[in-house]
Design a protein around this ligand. Structure first.
Ligand code: ATP
Length: 264
């Protein structure tokens, strides 16, 4: 798997938990699917599944994630936090923040987040996060956070994404080391996970990076289509939407598709 082989990853890893157990494959179905199976078989917290190519890469609601081999970071991490299921979104928050900081630290390119789960650069989607949880008896058994990031991707090769997506190489005009970025992301997630478990909420920093707060949005839930102002997000990551009749609706990330223009 070129530079992202298990040996290379281990060589520069500065973490104690995340990435200590690695399953690396050139090609697999989907890093989340593989890691969910491993989680059910008892894989330890911190397990990293990473691939150069996914044959069934997916976003939320089963949407397809496009990533030609050699272009992206495609990984999933296993968490086993002692949280209530409603708190699982906090792991999306810490991963998003760690990704944003790693990209900014390595490349200087400014990163925004789009509620609930997208990584944005200058108004274009550069990555997505897919968080999936397994529960037993009302407690979280595991949480798998999957991340797909466009690194050395020429968007013009993917007509479906033209005009809406970007990559680091596209923004910088040069290639970026996926390995160096991976190390930084894993380190950032580890630091933020420790601090989350010691009681520090990522909510404020996460909310501050959301580019669609204060904007008019349309959210499609399984029951209805809501239009309104994205007024804020609560500690569990739900969107607080102010509808035109002045009502406040609380919308959970898992229930919606968000549509409409994204500010730059
Ligand atoms: P939205 O893009 O409206 O926020 P979403 O958050 O539900 O939708 P995801 O689940 O994150 O989307 O990912 C799936 C969608 O992302 C696909 O429908 C496609 O439009 C887009 N997409 C797929 N591959 C890429 C990619 N490599 N870069 C950017 N966007 C992509």
């Amino acid at each position: 798997m070129n530079e992202l082989c298990v040996e290379s990853i281990k060589k520069g890893l500065r973490t104690e938990l995340f990435g200590q157990n690695i399953v690396g494959c050139f090609s697999l179905s989907s890093t989340n699917e593989v890691l969910k199976e491993l989680a059910a078989q008892g894989a330890p917290e911190g397990t990293l599944v990473i691939a150069d190519e996914q044959t069934a890469g997916k976003g939320r609601l089963g949407r397809k994630w496009l990533a030609p081999p050699g272009t992206s970071l495609l990984l999933s991490l296993l968490f086993r936090p002692d949280f209530a299921p409603r708190q699982a979104q906090r792991l999306t928050m810490i991963c998003s923040l760690a990704i944003a900081e790693a990209i900014e630290g390595l490349t200087g390119v400014p990163v925004g987040l789009k509620w609930p789960n997208d990584i944005f650069i200058r108004g274009h989607k550069a990555g997505g996060i897919l968080t999936e949880a397994g529960t037993t008896g009302g407690r979280l058994d595991y949480v798998v956070v999957g991340m797909g990031l466009n690194i050395n991707l020429d968007i013009s090769t993917l007509p479906e994404l033209r005009g809406m997506a970007t990559s680091l190489s596209q923004e910088l005009g040069r290639e970026v080391s996926r390995l160096e970025l991976l190390w930084r992301i894993l380190e950032g997630i580890e630091a933020r996970y420790k601090s989350l478990k010691s009681g520090k909420s990522p909510h404020g920093e996460w909310a501050a990076r959301l580019i669609n707060l204060g904007c008019q949005v349309q959210v499609t839930t399984p029951d209805e289509v809501l239009v309104g102002w994205a007024e804020g997000v609560d500690a569990d990551g739900a969107l607080i939407l102010r509808t035109p009749d002045g009502q406040r609706e609380r919308v959970l990330a898992g229930d919606v598709t968000l549509r409409g223009p994204v500010p730059g």
